[in-house]
Design a protein around this ligand. Sequence first.
Ligand code: NAP
Length: 278
Amino acid sequence: MPTQPPPPVPDFIYGTAWKEDRTAALTELALRMGFRGIDTANQRRHYFEEGVGHGLAAAYNAGIVTRDDLFLQTKFTYQPGQDHRLPYDPEASLSIQVAQSMVSSLEHLGTGHVDSYVLHGPSSNHDWTDADAEVWEAMRKERDAGRTRLLGVSNVSLRHLQQMAAARAELPALVQNRCYARLGWDRTVRSFCREHKIIYQGFSLLTANQEVVHHPLIASLAASSNATPAQVVFSFARSIGILPLTGTSNAEHMKQDLASCDLALPPDAIHAIESLAR
Ligand SMILES: NC(=O)c1ccc[n+]([C@@H]2O[C@H](COP(=O)([O-])OP(=O)(O)OC[C@H]3O[C@@H](n4cnc5c(N)ncnc54)[C@H](OP(=O)(O)O)[C@@H]3O)[C@@H](O)[C@H]2O)c1
């Protein structure tokens, strides 16, 4: 079990998807630039979790951070979301797969525990199934054994969350979803999260919302606050309760993304950005 009090959940999370052999260097760079939250997954198809571990080790060795400074988040991914590079025995039960995936994640990341363990996505787009209930129970056991502090779910709908609640399952401490402006920035899921004190993490804030990023309103808010359009979007996201992720590979963008934490938009600007999507 960790001995230190848990680090607070940081106000920006660095995402390590799709970085392949640049994963270690970019993870180290992100820490050097000031990120303290790192998101990965034990899903070799899209993430190189072992490379994240190498980046962490380099940052520890360079004296940039210690493990206790960090919020490390990884995920359990069902077999259909994986390629042939599985972190578990596909013939084993789902509960065993969760335990095996966690052992492998801890090994990759060179740590005795993660801060957040996330179900990458429910087994069905539609319902919270018996398979999800089994996986969730196995994840709870990992938490109770001290191998993660928090549990989360990703790529969930309001229906999934309502079904979890109806089944009297423990609700997640955090949700991680793709945020589309045209869907009110995932308004219904966010409002469920607010009601149940669940941290809402949003990804693809820039890539899924290019029409917003390039909108004249954003350009004018950016100009008047001496910021970039990306910073305006991240600041807006934070103002409506979204903990943003960024997957930038660019040092300057890392700096700008973190600096958006200091950008406070006036309430009328926040309403105006929200109404762009209506
Ligand atoms: N749970 C899931 O299923 C799931 C799915 C997708 C992603 N994620 C997580 O979320 C993380 C982030 O993913 P994402 O989709 O939000 O981002 P992303 O696809 O990794 O890329 C962000 C894009 O925005 C650009 N960008 C970032 N900061 C910028 C700035 N200040 N100015 C201009 N452009 C900027 C980046 O370009 P540059 O590189 O040139 O800066 C990049 O093209 C992933 O790495 C992963 O950890 C989770």
